[in-house]
Design a protein around this ligand. Structure first.
Ligand code: GLN
Length: 202
């Protein structure tokens, strides 16, 4: 738990084994928060002492194998189950989901959602759309979907924060937030601010 005030740094890790970690780090930096410290996470030891962690988009199979290879699955799962604030974007959403259609086991197995990979089609079918999202004040936000997962079912205490054509694209359950899209690929810092507020609220 972090009070948000004083000089104690707020330490946010960005998983940096594969995928869009640099873009997330850049957006966090752009928030200009004086006590925010952003750190790339590539080993189990680096998971210690974090106030929150972002799991970036990329390729969930590769990320899962790398997490396994570096002995990070168990410690990361335990930290998240113990309440570490986490935001999974796209592939990160797949890692967090308890259910992944067509896969016998899920990687982190933490959030009560079942997802279908590549719900929105191939790379060539990537698209940008505007959404309204609970907790994101102001105008509609432009967001990018790239081979994004779809949420096919949600547990009872999973809140849907945003939908596109009736399909959930952003959800929250306790300490966990997931978005099917990539806010780190636009100039809009509101989603990263939202995550920081989420971290501070827990
Ligand atoms: N389709 C990818 C997967 O299944 C996720 C794509 C993304 O993160 N942009 O892992």
């Amino acid at each position: 738990m972090h009070s948000g005030g004083g000089s104690k740094p707020l330490i946010i890790g960005v998983l940096a084994l594969q995928g869009g970690n640099l873009e997330h780090a850049a957006l966090l930096d752009r928030l200009g928060l004086p006590n925010l410290q952003v750190t790339a996470i590539r080993s189990a030891g680096e998971l210690e002492g974090l106030d929150g962690i972002i799991l970036p988009g990329g390729e969930s199979t590769a990320q899962g194998l790398l997490l396994e290879h570096f002995g990070m699955v168990e410690p990361l799962r335990q930290l998240i189950r113990d309440g570490l604030p986490v935001w999974g974007t796209c592939a990160g959403m797949i890692l967090l989901a308890k259910g992944v259609e067509g896969q016998a086991v899920s990687v982190l197995d933490c959030m009560d959602i079942t997802v279908r990979r590549n719900w929105y089609g191939s790379q060539l079918e990537s698209f940008i759309t505007e959404i309204a999202m609970e907790g994101i004040p102001g105008d509609l936000a432009e967001v990018v979907f790239i081979r994004a997962p779809g949420v096919v079912s949600t547990g009872v205490d999973v809140e849907v924060l945003a939908s596109v054509l009736g399909q959930p694209v952003a959800c929250r359950q306790r300490n966990m937030i997931v978005t099917a899209f990539h806010p780190e690929l636009t100039e809009d810092t509101r989603f990263h601010r939202f995550f920081i507020d989420h971290v501070l609220s827990l």
